[in-house]
Design a protein around this ligand. Sequence first.
Ligand code: HEM
Ligand SMILES: [Ca+2]
Length: 609
Amino acid sequence: SSNHKCREETVCPQSARYRTFSGYCNNLRNPSWGQAGTAQRRLSDRNGKPMVAYEDGVSMPRGFPDRLPDPRVVSNAVSDSSFGPKHQSDRKRTGQHMSFGQLLAHDFIETDIPSGIDCCNRLEPEFGNLDECFPFEIPYSDKRLPAGCKNFIRARAATNDVNLQVYREQINLISSYIDCSFLYGDGVDETLRVQNSFLMRTDPGNLLPTIDGGACLKLKTENRCPFAGDGRSTEAPNLSLNHLVFVRYHNRLSTQLYKLNPCWSNEMVFQETRRIIIAQVQHITYNHFLPLVVDRKTMQRFKLFSKKRGFNDVYDKKVDASSFNSFGIAPWRYGHSQIMAEQSELKDDFKTIVTHKLEDNLESPDLWQTNFGERIEDLTRWLATKPAQKIDSFLVDGARDKLFFIKTPPGTDLYALNIQRGRDQGVPAYNEWRKFCGLRKFRSFEDFGEFGSKLAKVYKTVKDVDLFIGGLLERGEDGGVGPTFACLIGTQFFRFKVGDRFWYESSDPDFAFTKGQLNSIKSATLLSQIWCTEFGQNKIQKDIFQIPCKNKFTITKKDFNGMVTWYRVRVSRRGTVFDPETARENERERKRVKGRMREEKERKVEIVK
Ligand code: HEM
Ligand SMILES: [Ca+2]
């Protein structure tokens, strides 16, 4: 971003009401912390030694050239789902739990990886250049992929960062803060907004006349869809839907705010909407989503739950909220194991299902854009209610054998990429992270239980096991991630929260919500509700991340109208005044809403199953 370049001369405004888009100046003393375009930081161990493990201590990938097994060999040993349990569906988590994890990943990390280099081609100028190329081998024994060289381009080395270390570091292109980067981008791209308006550009299904190869595809050559703040939005239909729901929500909310506050400028309507949506996403993430990733103990140990009501001033200016290197490589790729074999449609009887294979629908917006998006509702029903795959070491074939096979046949293996990426970025081995987390180091392969003998066939020693694989082989409580990933996820999300000056629970008079506003954000925010409204659904379970079960009260679209009352609060420029009149009105509204909800409940809304 332009801020980045003139960082030295710029003085941060001491009292801004809104975040910058890039994250710049969130931390007033270290303005580049968490900023888009800066290097990913390393954690340090107890002795202050950075957690980094290049083979030569500087930049050579861990294990290079042949100390470690090829990543596809590891993947074949422990991740081929045909060797996995018969039932691989999660009993608790929905596809949307998987998908929101990916959306969130695209809020806090985008590693800068060059494209267009074929590292297996002798005629490429970069062939054999270890700074750019790190291809791996598909073994002769492979059941699907042809044996031989497999392309892999190294993540770009950071060269321009003030915190530059002696070893290779990688760049995070987006802001690390949980600030809806996936929706608002880094702010330099005005094509995301409708000109001179507080609205965001909406999906082609709504706005644009043609579909196949329509505007979205054309714009994709510039790597950006008109309705998303992130270049990866068409990676899978489930992800595109998540972009879409937030664009629509932004437009609905901003329109409401504008009606209530006709004197506000377009910019103010836009920024106030953005501020509310970021707060809601922070709330959903920490209180509804994360508790289904890590266990309760981790939630408490890292103070991840919000306070039930009122302000909570957790900000610590000494905490760097930047995504740490290794985090996006392994712990937060746990979600890859949740990817389902299909991207499907569930008709409105909640019974009829039309399945589409995952591998046929990656990097292709066709499925959900066809006929002005006529399948969107059916797709969202599927995503919101059908189970994700279990969090484990297995990966569906569509991503393990056939990832992107339409675009680049015969396709590749997402787990192999994850393992190779870890070595590329100098991520220390699994055992080092166990030690970092205060867990017992594994001494023999038997410590891995049933998978030990499989690992023993491919790794020379237990010390070599890669973090991504070791972490996924651990079992967590209630189907969540195991202790090592929980520790690293806890550490990172603690930083995203405590290191964010604009954290939504803050009482800082420069930008805080009023107590009334904050409490209504806390009590009224539900992704189910937003989903239901924006996708025109008639019913949905209360927690979109959990598979609905019988006799659970279902939310209907109508309830939403009551929930908008808290937007009615007057937001002054400084946002400091607590307005008793508004508070009273809110209270009355709340009672009315409660009454309505009770009635609704009594009417025994049909049960989703
Ligand atoms: C349809 C589903 C998904 C597909 C096809 C997909 C595919 C990919 C691919 C191809 C990469 C880059 C691999 C590399 O070369 O290093 C990647 C990176 C990543 N994925 Fe996924 N993914 C999916 C879902 C998820 C989910 C559910 C999560 C987390 C809950 C997740 C988290 C990540 C993270 C953190 C990265 C690293 C991003 C970066 O540093 O730029 N992904 N994914
Ligand atoms: Ca962000």
